[in-house]
Ligand binder design. Sequence first.
Ligand code: MBD
Ligand code: FE
Length: 287
Amino acid sequence: MAEMTQNQLLELVNSTQTAPGNPRVRQLTQRVVSDLFHTIDELDVTPDEFWAAMDWLGRLGASGQIGLITAGLGFDRLLDIRADEADAKAGLQSGTPRAIEGPLFVAGAPLSQGEVRLDEGEPQGEVFVMEGQALDLQGQPVPHALIDVWHANSQGGYSHFFPGMKPYELRRRIQADAQGRYRFRSYLPPGYAIPPASPTSELFAALGRHGNRPAHIHFLVVAPGMRTLTTQVNLPGDTYLDDDFAFATRDGLIVALERGVDPAGYESLGITAPMVRARFNFVLQPA
Ligand code: MBD
Ligand code: FE
């Protein structure tokens, strides 16, 4: 192989081709490789630094934490901001603000009609009911919307990711009724913290950053003819509400909590004592 300069090598890497391949993949790869060649040169990256980074990437993939890093470096929120900006540019009215899905969604949770209890046995926090309706932009009910809901347990862990939890623990699907109404019982979750001694916590330590999220509950709302809504609500009063490591909290998504609510009417959810309630409607855009 001929001797060559950095720029000649970059040109060769990016132009090498013996089959059409995929033009979009070629374009994106060329751009990322160029940016990295330039970063290595301009910041004078040493071989040790480069191989340490590649080792970290390998461990990151093996640990299943790529979705934690994308969230922590702002990419998930970036995609939401871009979707919001595209809507605004197209003159589309927005519904409930979108919020990132995060890396901890699991499809196929048990399905119930209208209402469900998410937790089992002794509540591990304050007994909590959340209820409301799926609505369209005109405020009309969206009948039979399918709502996925998932949240962390009292230790901040999510089932399927945190040891010792049952399959689909604190994950359910609710099919709203003909008026779009849903409700569920659970307990108020605490915030989330990235796993210690992991590739993600290693990078965050080196960046001088914490890995905390404020207390939140995730939703995925699907209905025929409507755009799928991925969102979260935040519980008020959390220290990390304005300091979320995933940059995912939004003004319109902090729910008001009513404490000491009369349990009458909530017997079907097994509630017999005053509890905490939040009301929240999901406003869906047309597809
Ligand atoms: C979470 O619970 C979460 O919601 C996100 C976005 C990232 C990591 C953990
Ligand atoms: Fe979460």
